[in-house]
Design a protein around this ligand. Sequence first.
Ligand SMILES: Nc1ncnc2c1ncn2[C@@H]1O[C@H](COP(=O)(O)OP(=O)(O)OP(=O)(O)O)[C@@H](O)[C@H]1O
Ligand SMILES: [Mg+2]
Length: 511
Amino acid sequence: MPTDSGPAQAAAELVGVTKRFGPVVANDGIDLAIARGEIHAVVGENGAGKSTLMSILYGMHRPDAGHVLRNGSRIRLRSPADAITHGLGMVHQRFRLFPELTVAENVVIGAEPARRGALDLAAARLEVERLGELYGLRADPLAEVGRLPVGVRQRVEILKALYRRAEVLILDEPTAVLTPGEAARLFDVLRTVTETGVSVVLVTHKLTEVLSASDRVTVLRHGRVTGSFVTAETTADELVVAMIGRSLGTSQAPSRTSSRASAEPYALEVRNLTVRDRDGVLRLSGVSFGVRPGEIVGLAGVAGSGQRELADTVTGLRPPGPGDSGEVLLSGEPVRRGREPGVAYVPEDRHGRGTAPAMSLAENLAMGDHRSPQLRGRIGLSGRAVRDRAKSLVERFSIRAASVGDPISTLSGGNAQKAVLARELSRRTPVIVVEEPTQGVDVGAQEQIHALLLEARDRGQAVLLQSSELAELRALADRVLVMYEGRVVAEIPGDEAGDERLGAAMTGAES
Ligand SMILES: Nc1ncnc2c1ncn2[C@@H]1O[C@H](COP(=O)(O)OP(=O)(O)OP(=O)(O)O)[C@@H](O)[C@H]1O
Ligand SMILES: [Mg+2]
């Protein structure tokens, strides 16, 4: 018999859901009820089964056991189209929008208002304006999506789901791609949306977001529910224990202040670098700095301030163009084009540049190492050596994967990130360029990755670290360079890099 607080009231409910991928049990008898109008956070370690559970709720995977209820009735989800019919919507992390179409066109595409058989753009535009007004989701209906910042594109994805009358909105790590300001605006929107009775399922690794934005939290570990909390009655520490089985280390050794960088010559030096894009627009303007062996130099800046172009030039990935000038030196020698072997690189876009998705985890871990004598067989790479080395990296970096022979695309997001870091850090190059090292990574692994970067520094590697997490820069960097409109506008010692000072410099107020 249904009770007041019982499952009959849930907007959506997963009951006894089990999902296996070969030998991996990604979801193991999971029960999860999403109440009407709540923000329900789902957290857990990398590989805990969060994305798998969300894809079952959105009809992308079929469970091996268990089922989904909507408003108390059992539904069959054979595809995302079924899910949409049942009022379930998903905001994908890799947006599925058409960049050359307008906001209004993207919102209505596939479900267009038609007038006498033709697409009624005026009606679409009005509808986008109405929804935008209703939910505080401001986006110019006539703007071309490809030209919009990431935060606004995400709003278009949300509008698209609401236009299809979603009553349960699933967001898998929505803030991983957002600046702190954009993330704050997203949570304002989610609040407004839930006030109209829509439910939100929010997958995230950021416990501060969970604590400030959600109503309830479910914790997954190794495919099972290990905790279920009312947010107002829990703490970060309690969540961490449910997630990883222990509290986080209180002392972060080795500590940032033990940097040994001295008056040694620079391992990486950038001199008066000026770079223009294909349209001749200035992207970097007279940038000069150096990173010494045994030093971590942080790079802060709002997206598009030149960090991308700087990393591309330093790693040798970007061929010099006609409008470019200045120098990049590695231990005094000009950087090589193509891929500079003396620079390890952990790119922000691990799916695109970081990995070859169709290749195995072992092959991905060996990429860039084909000249290494240890991995060579008689012809090409030795399969055995590649596998053995992969196994040792998997162990050392606690990468969770069923087998090193599986395609890397089957790893969870955070585990793929750890694989890229493992490969690049283990190359022991004089210089490492790291972008967003803990994006999408669980709290236990964040701690581990920070320790690994400090270890690399203490071994004498020179680390250039770009991060949008200001706390991360503070915890790791000896100095933070702030970029604004293609220039370095401030250099702040790591221990003085407070949010306010960094924020002021990042918005050009301190230049
Ligand atoms: N298509 C697939 N084929 C094989 N294994 C898979 C597939 N999808 C997921 N897995 C495995 O299922 C487990 C759970 O993965 P899932 O992506 O759900 O984790 P997650 O909690 O979202 O992790 P993260 O925080 O890193 O994104 C992992 O061990 C993963 O390797
Ligand atoms: Mg995931």
